[in-house]
Design a protein around this ligand. Structure first.
Ligand code: GDP
Length: 294
């Protein structure tokens, strides 16, 4: 087990206890430790540098109380700063409109379809009448997968086996929802294994045609730096509203949350923590800060 940041900071500041305030000299080595810990937690280097510069400004001149160890004070400052950088408060999904339309985008394997099922389950538990639209026209297995998940959570699926036009399917699903008193339509789209032009064009076309209430970008937290690059590319093309970070039940420290938030400036709204339909949580910046700190 590697040493967590709290322990490191405590050690680095041991000598400072009771010596007045935090100064440039004694903060420098600690800032290095913080930066290294962030990079270890998969935070993009540039982001880690910006963050630690802010933390340094914040820490300078703070009084070191006799009762609190300087290391603990520093941990507190880092925690507060990380929480703020990730948005401070949790941000809820927006469900305006009748029906509200939620478009789900992301690479294949990111956990899009699983999240679609989980979100349907989450909204159904709030007594909302939900419809899932299966718009992956390239992999017949994808539609079957959506149906299996939807059945587990007791939500209806709209699909068109012979139609290869995802824009039309999405539009037809919304019409179907209006006729059948569905209040939320979740649109699961096709992904590819890597960002490619055809996928980007398709998801942008769907978005332009249906004007969703929310577009959520799903990304695998285990993919480290790639997660940031993928988020950046998707955001440039479809200007999404929020991020879903998946596979946080793995051993990733969650640094992707901080990097993505810093790079695309969009809130993370949900985290996915397993394959089961219940394994979904809202995103709490303070909890993620704690996880990143270790
Ligand atoms: P899609 O191609 O983006 O639709 O991805 P899927 O929803 O099919 O998910 C890809 C794989 O990741 C599947 O085996 C899922 O069971 C798994 N998966 C999805 N979300 C999570 C998660 O939060 N944790 C774990 N451990 N596995 C997940």
């Amino acid at each position: 087990m590697f040493d967590n940041l709290s322990n490191k900071l405590d050690r680095a500041f041991k000598t400072l206890k009771g010596q007045g305030s935090i100064t440039e000299i004694n903060v420098a080595q600690t800032i290095k430790e913080v930066r290294r810990a962030l990079v270890d937690a998969d935070v993009n280097y540039k982001v880690a540098k910006t963050v630690t510069d802010k933390i340094k400004d914040e820490a300078m001149g703070r009084d070191v109380l006799i009762a609190v160890s300087p290391g603990q004070l520093m941990v507190k400052i880092v925690h507060e700063e990380l929480t703020q950088l990730m948005g401070g408060e949790k941000q809820d999904i927006v469900l305006k409109g009748d029906p509200a339309v939620i478009l789900i985008a992301g690479l294949q394997g990111s956990g899009k379809t699983t999240f679609t099922g989980k979100l349907a389950n989450f909204l159904k538990k709030q007594n909302r009448n939900v419809l899932i639209a299966a718009c992956d026209v390239y992999r017949p297995a994808a539609i079957d997968q959506v149906k299996v998940l939807a059945e587990q959570v007791g939500v209806e699926v709209y699909s068109e086996t012979d139609n290869k036009n995802p824009v039309q399917i999405a539009q037809n699903a919304i019409e179907f929802a209006k006729r059948n008193n569905k209040k939320v339509v979740i649109i699961d789209t096709a992904g590819r294994l890597a960002v490619d032009e055809a996928m980007m064009r398709e998801i942008a076309e769907i978005k332009n045609a249906i004007k969703p209430t929310e577009t959520l970008f799903v990304v695998d937290s285990m993919t480290g730096q790639d997660a940031v690059n993928t988020a950046k590319t998707f955001n440039e093309r479809i200007n999404f509203d929020g991020v879903v970070l998946t596979k946080l039940d793995g051993d990733s420290r969650g640094g992707a949350a901080l990097s993505i938030r810093a790079v695309v400036e969009k809130p993370i709204k949900f985290i996915s923590t397993g394959e089961k339909m219940e394994a979904l949580d809202l995103f709490y910046p303070d909890r993620m800060a704690q996880r990143i700190l270790g």
